[in-house]
Design a protein. Structure first.
Length: 355
């Protein structure tokens, strides 16, 4: 179930080349426009950028209402519908129980004119979206969106309230996951060759040629959703179709951004070491003092729990303002699994709403 963010097929690149499959990539035609995505929860696009959309779920912010929540989805192999997949499997719906508006950052597939965009460019986009909301936000960062939210909140502390970091590889050297081990051991030249094949982009379609669906059969999807619906029911069949549609819609990533993730966050572990520079400022997480909720999946194959929970010792947030949770299951279970959505996320919502 390797998926969800830039290091995934880069980490597998060494194995791909070892199998002599470099020539297996088909020439990539100009991608056709994707059909309009189906969202589970009604929403409105409140800001459209070339690289992202800002969606609002729920009513506009009330003057004296709860602080808005901004979900920072991964900019990865698959799109932001991971946070709002279908009925009963929507993190956004869980967060709306807090009573305030929920905003979602929907990163868009990169085009050929965007091959030189860096992490800084996406931080700048995120800053524009926060300004569009018009008030301090609480952040919920998922996977890659977790470390991006953490960097943003450390860079712009006046704009961030509480921060939820879910299944994010923050300290990639504290312990290995299969992904981080492969990312560190694969030569940079392998990543560069993949980008050459993608004409400067890390092509989601290249990854799809080797992996296809991470889950295809009804039984596999039923497990990922932790569904209580009968396998042969029409309602489950509809949910399985929505999952397949999401998993078959890969995103392309800018080559410059892709290499930065591999080199700075995986190979050099700059964020954990206090060496990462964001928009001209070195990020020392010891200066970060916002309330923090760290969430990990026990059997996460993308971000080992220790890689996320290590954040507690890296930040300056007092221990009494840090909460941690490790739940059963793998990476995707944390975001779309019924048991996680019903058992864990209501506590997150209560924590976000507490003084």
């Amino acid at each position: 179930m390797n998926l969800l963010w830039p290091g995934v097929f880069a980490a597998e690149a060494g194995a791909i080349f070892a199998r002599g499959m470099l020539g297996a990539f088909d020439p990539q035609p100009e991608p056709k426009p994707q059909p309009e995505a189906v969202w589970a929860t009604p929403n409105e696009i409140v800001l459209q950028l070339d690289t992202a959309r800002l969606r609002r779920f729920g009513p506009p912010q009330k003057r004296h209402g709860p602080r808005p929540v901004l979900v920072c989805a991964p900019f990865a192999l698959h799109d932001a519908r991971i946070a709002d997949l279908c009925e009963s499997h929507s993190l956004v719906a869980s967060l709306l129980a807090g009573g305030g508006p929920v905003y979602l950052v929907e990163w868009l597939s990169a085009g050929k004119t965007q091959v030189f965009r860096h992490i800084d460019d996406y931080l700048s986009d995120l800053n524009v979206m926060v300004d569009e909301i018009g008030t301090r936000c609480d952040f919920v960062g998922l996977c890659q969106g977790g470390w991006l939210s953490l960097i943003y909140a450390a860079r712009f502390p006046a704009k961030a309230g509480k921060l939820v970091v879910a299944a994010a590889p923050v300290d990639t050297h504290i312990v290995d996951s299969p992904l981080s081990a492969l990312a560190r051991s694969t030569p940079v030249q392998t990543f560069q060759e993949l980008l050459r094949l993608g004409e400067g982009l890390a092509r989601g379609s290249h990854a799809q040629q080797f992996w296809g669906l991470m889950a295809d059969s009804p039984e596999q999807i039923h497990d990922l959703l932790q569904s209580d619906l009968p396998l042969d029911s029409e309602r489950f069949a509809s949910q399985a179709d929505l999952f397949r549609d999401w998993s078959e819609s890969p995103l392309d990533l800018p080559g410059a951004y892709y290499l930065e993730v591999v080199e700075k966050l995986y190979k050099a572990n700059q964020l954990a070491r206090g060496e990462f520079v964001a928009l001209g400022k070195r990020i020392d997480l010891h200066d970060f003092r916002r309330p923090l909720y760290l969430i990990a999946a026990r059997d996460d194959e993308v971000a080992a729990p220790e890689q996320t929970l290590a954040c507690a010792r890296l930040v300056g947030t007092p221990s009494r303002a840090i909460r941690e949770a490790v739940v059963p299951g793998g990476h995707l279970h944390l975001f779309i699994g019924r048991r996680a959505l019903e058992g864990l996320w209501p506590d997150v919502v209560a924590w976000l709403g507490a003084p």
